[in-house]
Design a protein around this ligand. Structure first.
Ligand SMILES: CC(C)(COP(=O)(O)OP(=O)(O)OC[C@H]1O[C@@H](n2cnc3c(N)ncnc32)[C@H](O)[C@@H]1OP(=O)(O)O)[C@@H](O)C(=O)NCCC(=O)NCCS
Length: 152
């Protein structure tokens, strides 16, 4: 059994969009993830779990856009059965390694105010709350907490 982190390829698109559907009320489509593959400003890291029978499963992913030296997390999700095993943590650390090599200055994101698992994850990795966006989300309407990690 093993877990590896790598940049998303075409073969992962179906599984990634399935996890997205499982996790979000307004999910991105498979076509939207395909566009991310083609976009030079986008990075998507996937976590691939290989079981004892050598079967591979996409366990989670994180997708970001890089604008100049700024990194914006669009979405991060781990499939239900793989949660609380350190995969969210591994995805964010892998991402950080990649964007540090590209000389990024900071990573930033919005998260639903009620999403304590995600807020705990970001906090454990040194992300700080830097603001709030009122009624930022729909389905259901909710405030967003703005969190940022400085890399320099
Ligand atoms: C948020 C999410 C990505 C976390 O992924 P994960 O692989 O389960 O997280 P990890 O196992 O790496 O957790 C690392 C740390 O984050 C915190 N954390 C993660 N899930 C938590 C939970 N349910 N409750 C409290 N803390 C939690 C803990 O500090 C944890 O460390 P610990 O297990 O040693 O206590 C996952 O819950 C998820 O996919 N949620 C649905 C999608 C989502 O909300 N994405 C965020 C959008 S902004």
């Amino acid at each position: 059994m093993s877990l590896i982190y790598k940049q998303m390829q075409k073969e992962h698109l179906k599984a990634v969009s399935q996890i997205e559907k499982e996790c979000f009320s307004r999910p991105w489509s498979e076509a939207a993830f395909y566009d991310e593959l083609e976009n030079p400003l986008s990075i998507t890291v996937v976590a691939i779990y290989t079981d004892s029978g050598k079967e591979q499963t996409v366990a989670g992913f994180v997708n970001v856009r890089i604008v100049s030296d700024e990194v914006y997390i669009n979405n991060i999700a781990v499939s239900n059965e793989f949660r609380r095993k350190g995969i969210g943590n591994g995805l964010l650390l892998t991402l950080e390694e990649i964007v540090r090599r590209k000389k990024a200055s900071f990573i930033t994101l919005e998260v639903r105010e009620s999403n304590s698992p995600a807020i705990s994850l970001y906090t454990s990795l040194g992300y700080l709350t830097v603001g709030k966006r009122k009624k930022f989300y729909r389905d259901p309407v909710e405030n967003a907490v703005l969190m940022t990690k400085n890399l320099i």
